[in-house]
Design a protein around this ligand. Sequence first.
Ligand code: SF4
Length: 304
Amino acid sequence: MSDDSGVKSEVTLDPKFNYEPCNGDFVMRKSTLQTFMYCQRYFYYAFIRKMPPVEDTSSGTPAQLGTDFHAESSEFYTKVNLDVPMTYNYLRSLLPFDTQTDAWYDNFAAFELGRYNDIVMKKLDPALYFMPLANELYIEIPYQRVAGTIDRLWRLEDGRTMIQDIKTGNVVKNKTALRRELAFYCHLATEDHETMEKFGPFGVISAYSPRDNSFWIEDLTPRTLEAMYGWWELVDYETRSRNNTEQWLRNPFGFCENCGYSHPCWVEGETTLARQVPVTPDDEKTNTTTGWESKATKDEEWRR
Ligand code: SF4
């Protein structure tokens, strides 16, 4: 869909959607929605009963490596000097060495060089198109009690802005969930007046994974946006209508044997949850939990 200027119109939000704040006093985030879809039992303990998860301070965990990559790749753009000849060695020198994830940084430098060359070949200004419009952009909409951090925003040639998620886990395979995650960010960016005015219009979603150097991009469709709102409304409805423990634990995935962990997240008498939220912002636990893939597939079937 384009207007006269040739610029595709931005995503239209569904006016029928109920933007009332969700029940309880938690803020709706992408990980809140994902956690509900992953395990309602965990969701109940973590978000309704507010049990804190056990602290994981160890370095070198998949989650920590992902967090490091997000920070380093974001910092990278503050170090790039567009006046020096753009070579692989130059770009790679701006990223860390001797880490467990050297291969990720190698891939990222090569990807960025390819992107730079493409921009120059199209005679576009690298200052406008090579550099992100925003990095790690935190948005909160208090009256909707919704918040989140968008990894990156990019200017596109057609005037729209692309929302990008950096994925260091393996979930890029699950395109349906990924589309909905990005639709959630599109909602945040579009509904926040300051972000919309400064960076909009939105409507293009993408993901990059340094693990296998893969890049994925597409237009956000109304169907995906609707599915995301359905996801949101389900969580909203369930958190409003369930009033006691029995109602929360009587659910299709209420038995801990279903998720693949050998120990439940919480046992009566304990004061903390046995692990961090099963769905981290980057889904890093997918690498260490054998039960995830089969459970994710089950959830996928359930959502249809
Ligand atoms: S052990 Fe698995 S099924 Fe049980 S609460 Fe935790 S994530 Fe859910």
